[in-house]
Ligand binder design. Structure first.
Ligand code: ZN
Length: 211
């Protein structure tokens, strides 16, 4: 028996329905099953979850660069057109005295997405290597990634707020730039990657190791 106690449900021949949560006994040998209560297909683990997670994560990493390099906001006024990336926006906010807002934008749109990508990368690599290292901490890390998902959208709210402020203050015309599209894609793709990751995979090698 492992140092972490219990055997998993899958090791006891039980699969939990992803649709309604009903625990089902799996016949031997295993075959394709449908949940008797809600009819959803049953699997021991999310099917091809690791591959899907990789696909969404790689796409998110590809979008992270344009999200930070392309203008997120295009302001045109009688003084000309100004294109702001996330970083130039942060620098502008900082130098104009709104440093709390600069800090919020920097953390929400640069630090958080980067940490999220790195965390998912760590989880995927350790699961693929069937690592037994720090499973509790990795499970906690996954929970954090899941919880902060919607919070990354904070940045979009900040852009919306800035657009509203600029409209109110002057006759300038503000548009979301291509960077905003890439940024939205990063947020959505990392959320999809997190949904497809099955945290139970962290525990499978730990269990096999202790049998
Ligand atoms: Zn069900």
């Amino acid at each position: 028996m492992s140092q972490y106690g219990m055997k998993s449900a899958a090791a006891r021949g039980l699969w939990r329905c992803g649709g309604c949560g009903l625990l089902n006994r799996v016949p031997q040998p295993e075959r394709a099953l449908a949940c008797p209560r809600c009819g959803a297909p049953l699997h021991a683990r999310k099917p091809s979850g690791v591959q899907r997670c990789w696909a969404f994560l790689i796409a998110a990493m590809l979008c992270y660069l344009p999200a930070n390099l392309l203008p997120i906001m295009i302001t045109s006024s009688f003084r000309g057109t100004q294109r702001d990336t996330i970083m130039s926006g942060v620098i502008y906010l900082w130098s104009s005295g709104s440093w709390p807002l600069a800090l919020v934008v920097f953390i929400a749109s640069v630090v958080v997405p980067l940490l999220k990508i790195l965390a998912l990368l760590l989880l995927l690599v350790t699961v693929q290597l069937r690592s037994t290292w720090a499973p509790r901490q990795r499970t906690r890390l996954y929970r954090v990634v899941e919880v902060i998902g919607p919070w990354s959208m904070l940045d979009i709210f900040v852009v919306a707020l800035m657009v509203a402020l600029v409209h109110w203050q002057s006759l300038a015309n503000v548009q979301a730039g291509p960077g905003a599209v890439a940024f939205g894609a990063v947020v959505v793709l990392t959320m999809l990657a997190a949904i497809n990751f099955d945290p139970r995979l962290i525990w499978d090698p730990v269990e096999d190791n202790n049998e």
